[in-house]
Design a protein around this ligand. Structure first.
Ligand code: NAD
Ligand code: UDP
Ligand code: UDP
Length: 336
């Protein structure tokens, strides 16, 4: 479904803005894990002005502390399920809890964020003529019957399960993006993000990399959820941000998979973390949650060919960077 046709004619407002030096960029969910790293990268370009909108459900001002007070930066406490009036050229729409324990905490709110939140950002994009990028997810493939997952695979998703608020929510968000594109000529970009890790992840958000690293540092057993043979592919956050910016700046609507094709079973991941961080720690098995996908690995041919993108950081190079950040935040230095 990757469209190769040129983007629609820019609106008069966008054309007029073309002659201004500054690009004004809205990042929804910019106080979160991926969003704050994206903001860091966007702020490095002196031509960019960045506006972050976040309701702080899972994000925090702390992630943006180096930018608060900067003349090219603004931070607004706002929930994307409410109407937002700002004037911008680009919208990176990330707002949505990403960790299962947080998106299952208030599933109705998760759906509203995905559906009404995305509708509002598309209404905003339409009014001001902005280009909009949605961070969709590999969860749209559900428990995939095609492996590795290519963008043309339609997925195997339970519409009434406990994960549906998130994965069906993102599927509707993708539909809205394409309907605004076809019906109103909005310039859209869709990234299907695969599991991402790195500094600033919530320490207790229940995701597997953050769990294992925090457990290894705290000398607690690593909890492999059964059966342990399920696989995931982990992308370091700087690679992810690079892919998102290339997608926004390029000419393809997507959807485009962005992720690291290195695939690991959860048992292998636990063994790697144990070996690298704490060889004395125990690995135990615990019950899993319903509808857990059994395998996941991106086919990134499209990202490679259309965006010239591929991940650079291997899991074994990323784990120590995340360990350092977690040790600082947990105040547990490495034993000599
Ligand atoms: P995160 O939870 O750290 O960030 C999400 C941010 O959105 C938080 O700052 C949160 O406070 C904010 N938010 C949530 N609901 C909101 C609302 N209604 N209004 C305003 N702000 C709201 O998660 P993340 O890992 O940084 O994920 C960012 C995006 O990437 C999400 O859209 C997520 O679905 C997508 N994604 C992430 C991963 C991953 O592995 N991290 C994988 C696939 C997709
Ligand atoms: N919207 C917004 N900011 C804007 C423009 C629109 O938040 O600058 C919201 C608006 O509240 C509406 C949604 O986006 O609910 C969809 O807008 P659109 O104009 O597409 O639809 P309509 O308002 O005609 O239903
Ligand atoms: N998982 C695990 N131990 C944990 C947390 C998660 O073995 O402490 C497993 C989980 O069963 C799943 C995989 O790790 O198979 C990835 O889970 P995560 O919540 O990180 O992300 P997602 O399910 O969204 O891919």
């Amino acid at each position: 479904h990757v469209s190769t046709k040129p983007p629609p004619e820019p609106s008069p407002l966008r054309k007029a803005k073309f002659f201004q030096a500054n690009m004004r960029i809205l990042v929804t969910g910019g106080a979160g894990f991926i969003g704050s790293h994206l903001v860091d990268k966007l702020m490095q370009n002196e031509k960019n002005e960045v506006i972050v909108v976040d309701n702080y459900f899972t994000g925090s001002k702390d992630n943006l502390k180096q930018w608060i007070g900067h003349p090219r930066f603004e931070l607004i406490r706002h929930d994307v399920t409410e109407t937002l009036l700002v004037e911008v050229d680009q919208i990176y729409h990330l707002a949505c809890p990403a960790s299962p324990i947080f998106y299952k905490y208030n599933p109705v709110k998760t759906i509203k964020t995905n559906v009404i939140g995305t509708l509002n950002m598309l209404g905003l994009a339409k009014r001001v003529g902005a280009r909009i990028l949605l961070t969709s997810t590999s969860e749209v493939y559900g428990d995939p019957l095609v492996h590795p997952q290519t963008e043309d695979y339609w997925g195997n998703v339970n519409p009434i399960g406990v994960r549906s608020c998130y994965d069906e929510g993102k599927r509707v968000a993708e539909t809205l993006m394409f309907d605004y594109h076809r019906q109103h000529g909005i310039e859209i970009r869709i990234a299907r993000i695969f599991n991402t890790y790195g500094p600033r992840m919530n320490i207790d958000d229940g995701r597997v990399v953050s769990n294992f690293i925090a457990q290894a540092i705290r000398d607690e057993p690593l909890t492999v959820q059964l059966p342990g043979t399920q696989t995931r592919s982990f992308c370091y956050v700087s690679d992810m941000v690079d892919g998102l910016i290339r997608l926004m700046e390029g000419n393809n609507t997507g959807p485009i998979n962005i992720g690291n094709p290195g695939e690991f079973t959860m048992t292998e991941l636990a063994e790697t973390v144990k070996e690298m961080i704490n060889p004395n720690v125990k690995i135990i098995t615990v019950d899993n949650t319903p509808d857990d996908p059994r395998q996941r690995k991106p086919n990134i041919t499209k990202a490679n060919e259309l965006l010239g993108w591929e991940p650079k950081i291997k899991l074994r190079d990323g784990i120590p960077l995340m360990e350092e950040d977690f040790r600082k935040r947990l105040e547990i230095p490495r034993k000599k």
